[in-house]
Design a protein around this ligand. Sequence first.
Ligand code: GTP
Ligand code: MG
Length: 203
Amino acid sequence: MIENQKTVYQYPSARFVKSAVSLKDLPKERLPQIAFLGRSNVGKSSLLNALTGKKNLVKVSATPGKTREINFFEINNAFYIVDLPGVGYAKVSFSKQEQMENSIRQYIEGAEDLKGVIYLVDIRHAGTPIDIETVEHIRNAGCPVLIVASKRDKVNQSEFAKNRKLMQERFGLETLPLAVSSLKKTGLKELWNEVLKAVSVEF
Ligand SMILES: Nc1nc2c(ncn2[C@@H]2O[C@H](COP(=O)(O)OP(=O)(O)OP(=O)(O)O)[C@@H](O)[C@H]2O)c(=O)[nH]1
Ligand SMILES: [Mg+2]
């Protein structure tokens, strides 16, 4: 169990299943999937560690471009969380980046068991043109997207309020987006509930 201001829940079991580079090598076992996407360094892999209460389930790095493959983690033997490489990462060569983004796109458009995408946006940037374009693309592909503000601990209260509102406007959201901090472990319970809803699993 973790506890902070308002977050208390039972950590799930989580195990790494496989890395895939294309739709051809998805896991054999058919379970619902939910994927984490967002720009490089936004905190996707850290969030997976924080949500599952495992420090080193997924490798994280201060250098953008850490995650290079489509990584599947089986949660409570009931669904997969899929950790994706970052979008808009400029430090790998253009063709490599294009290859990676192609495989992300193909995965999102083609994975039959994908129930939704959690799209992370660094609260300090409140959504760049690349984020807005990527989210639009996912929505057009018919996949539900939940926009979540990451690194909540990096901004003060007034910046937080301002950027959260900006995010709502930029992404055309009905309500203010959820916000999380993997470092401070805030917002995790709320996000976990959304994950469970998306994969239609109750624990
Ligand atoms: N302060 C703070 N730092 C964070 C938080 N989440 C992640 N970080 C840091 O941000 C950096 C990137 O984290 P990752 O989890 O590797 O980011 P990623 O989105 O998986 O990055 P790629 O795999 O390169 O796309 C690391 O140095 C993390 O420690 C957070 O909530 N607060
Ligand atoms: Mg990563």
